[in-house]
Unconditional design. Sequence first.
Length: 383
Amino acid sequence: MNTFSKKLVNFVRETYNSSDYIPLHAPTFNKRDKDCINDAIDSTFVSTVGAYVKKFEDQVSNYVGTKYAIATINGTSALHVALLASKVQIDDEVITQSLTFVATCNAIKYCGANPIFVDVSRDTMGMSPDSLNEFLHNFSDIGEDGLCRNKKTGRIIRACVPMHCLGHPAEIDKIKVICSLHNIKLIEDSAESLGSTYKGKHTGSYGESSIISFNGNKIITCGGGGMVLTNSEAVEKKVRHLTTTAKEKHDWAFSHNEVGYNYRLPNINAALGFSQMEKLENYVKNKRIIAEKYKDFFRNNEHNFVVEPKNCKSNYWFNAFFSKDLIERDTILAYTNKNGIMTRPFWTPMHKLQMYNLSQKTEMTNTEWLYDHLICIPSSVNI
């Protein structure tokens, strides 16, 4: 056991050519990033009005393949307004996976709605179409109004939020068909998967809307930042209105027609996002090379490395592998972190958190197995 941990520490240090502390995912900046930020500063438009916001939105929508993009202050705010634009209301229900970052569920609760948890697939770590289908078969009915209701609670199941986990795409086409059959809005949590494709289409282009995060640990960053992507003009207009404090257009007067949010991305952040997007393809290529090196290492050290699922091209945002059991997981985590290599387990599943442990859920066999076995390892771009 100690031999393997030592080998892992040495391999990571050799890969990143560093004897210093090595984080999970550090941002990478160059002169172009600084030049764009300085250009935004020189323009004096450093807040939510400025040329880089539109440029950045256009870059991302063109790259992903959606008609519209609306930049926000972070991925959580993006998901919040995407849910609202899909008419998620107080006391509605939203199906998601328990194996996700807590922000996914928090955004649902911001709307006054209730999460329902279904299991994930072992090979994708994303929402299991089988688990989703089984839940809806057992617990849902379509009313005369065309809305899907939970037979157990009587509440409307308004939306479904699958997550593309660690940058690996879920079986989003199957999930989309299931949601369509039950008249449930599909919103993709693509926070981690910019640069990943499923069956040749970019993640985030399958749902009514999707969200991306540009947090400091993502494949590209604005410092913070998020984005809502959609092909729906109605969703685009609603999201843009909500994120700008629901202000009505007028040459000089301030009037607001509903409760809105100050969620727009500042121009100075968008300038950084714009320059980072120019390097995304090179980042993806570099991270896939690193993943291949890890794959070879683990092949020779009797642990299973997490590889991209079938029909996918992953950005390998976080590289990861499976320990033999929970005891080994925690032993490896303790040794690597003590020796200056940042490693982490999966997030605690949502159904185990105090604020969500009473939520309705399916069997969580794969979710709990993945939590007990998976270890995330350093994955920064290495150029």
